[in-house]
Design a protein around this ligand. Structure first.
Ligand code: GLU
Length: 421
């Protein structure tokens, strides 16, 4: 049987929660399809004067809770199905953590490592021109995602400001601090992962001091998760990226490994470590596994071999629904993506609020507010999991869907019978 598509995975997750909730079919239908997906072609003048036409998408899944929000990724395997799925997860993620946003996502089919800096700038500006009619600080607010960063956000913001003739810092989040970015945004996804791991460890009685961790993917989310978990006393024993993986039984310094990756382009060949494959890393005998790369990494083919006690999903969609069933039977504590990695969009929300108010907060204030939101979201999900006897992913979707339902009923998108407000 062919593997399910990523969007089919989302539909299955929605379905699982809808069944437990006995969800109104009208609401389910509204959540099953994105509101709109814009598909664009972006002609870019390359350094050799040739023109290359890139393909890109921006999908806005649902805006009942507010303007849509979500990153833009530059990756050679981007497709419409993936962008739709990532947009839907943003709807559930924003709802779950209680911020006033809907969900969106964008993507451009490109390997940014193949482009010069000037080509990357022209592509970034071209993409924003192409989607400018449907974005804006009160419509849809992009942010960084896989292979996009603060520099790309700066070009997005600058291009949009030029098109509109108005300086518009609130168009995107994840900007550098000098352009209205927020303190703490750069490492916010991982800080959120760390808070949820800390809470989950308390819940299952896992001692974090000395707990072993393997991190799949050593980009922004993965490398900072390793750093913050190490600060909590965890021992980081394995990490990898698209070029290879490393293992060291006594643990390594995650900051030094990040520096090595910055200098060489990979975690590979870090001194004192053995080489390991991606499959070795995922199935390693560790306490905590942090998938921080792409979707569909933990599947029915490898789920049964996973030995970690806890999986903290720093990536979006790393686990397929079939793998979920196997992992839950094995009693592994999963902190689902829409909870574990929600720290990024939460601090994006803080950044946007600061831009709209033109008043900026200290790093301490950002971290404190993030901690409150993440701990509260974890408690809501964990209590739902305990009270309803459902797994953590279903619990997270239930918390998210309840808020979306209330908003749809209040707006009159669905008939709410005789219910009193
Ligand atoms: N790309 C991140 C995510 O998947 C952040 C999105 C944002 O900050 O808007 O959650």
């Amino acid at each position: 049987m062919a593997n399910s598509t990523i969007y089919e995975n989302v539909l299955k997750q929605l379905d699982n929660a809808a069944t437990v909730l006995d969800l109104d079919p009208q609401i389910k239908e509204l959540l099953q399809e994105p509101m709109r997906t814009l598909s664009v072609s972006i002609p870019v003048k390359m350094d050799d004067d040739s023109i290359h036409v890139f393909k890109g998408f921006r999908c806005q899944h649902n805006d009942v809770l507010g303007p849509t929000k979500g990153g833009i990724r530059f990756h050679p395997q981007v497709c419409e199905d993936e962008v739709k799925a990532l947009a839907a997860w943003m709807t559930f993620k924003c709802s779950l953590v209680g911020i006033p946003y809907g969900g969106a996502k964008g993507g451009v089919l490109v390997n940014p490592k193949d482009l010069s800096r000037n080509e990357l700038e022209r592509l970034s500006r071209g993409f924003i021109q192409a989607i400018s009619p449907i974005i804006g600080p009160d419509k849809d607010i992009p942010a960084p995602d896989v292979y996009t960063d603060a520099q790309v956000m700066s070009w997005f913001m600058d291009e949009f400001s030029k098109i509109k003739g108005v300086n518009t810092p609130g168009l995107v989040t994840g900007k550098p601090v000098v352009l209205g970015g927020s303190f703490g945004r750069h490492s916010a996804t991982a800080r959120g992962v760390m808070y949820t791991v800390r809470e989950a460890a308390k819940a299952i009685g896992l001692e974090l001091n000395g707990a072993t961790v393997a991190v799949q993917g050593y980009g922004n989310a993965g490398s900072f998760s390793a750093k913050f978990l190490n600060e909590l006393g965890c021992k980081i024993v394995a990490a990898n990226d698209s070029k290879g993986g490393i293992y060291c039984e006594s643990g390594f310094d995650p900051v030094k490994v990040a520096k090595h990756k910055e200098e060489t382009g990979s975690v590979k060949d870090y001194v004192g470590c053995e080489e390991i494959s991606n499959e070795d890393l995922l199935t390693m005998d560790v306490d905590i596994l942090v998938p921080a790369a792409l979707e569909n990494q933990i599947t029915e083919a490898n789920a049964d071999h996973i030995k970690a006690r806890m999986i903290a999903e720093a990536a979006n969609g790393p686990t397929t629904p079939k793998a979920d069933e196997i992992l839950f039977k094995k009693n592994i504590m999963i902190i689902p993506d829409i909870l574990a990695n929600a720290g990024g969009v939460t601090v994006s929300y803080f950044e946007w609020v600061q831009n709209l108010a033109n008043y900026y907060w200290s790093k301490e204030e950002v971290d404190r507010k993030l901690e409150d939101i993440m701990v509260d979201a974890f408690e809501k999900v964990y209590n739902t999991h305990e009270n309803l006897g459902v797994n953590m992913r279903v619990a997270a979707f239930i918390v998210a869907i309840r808020r979306l339902t209330a908003a749809m009923e209040a707006r009159g998108w669905v008939y709410n019978g005789d219910k009193k407000c």
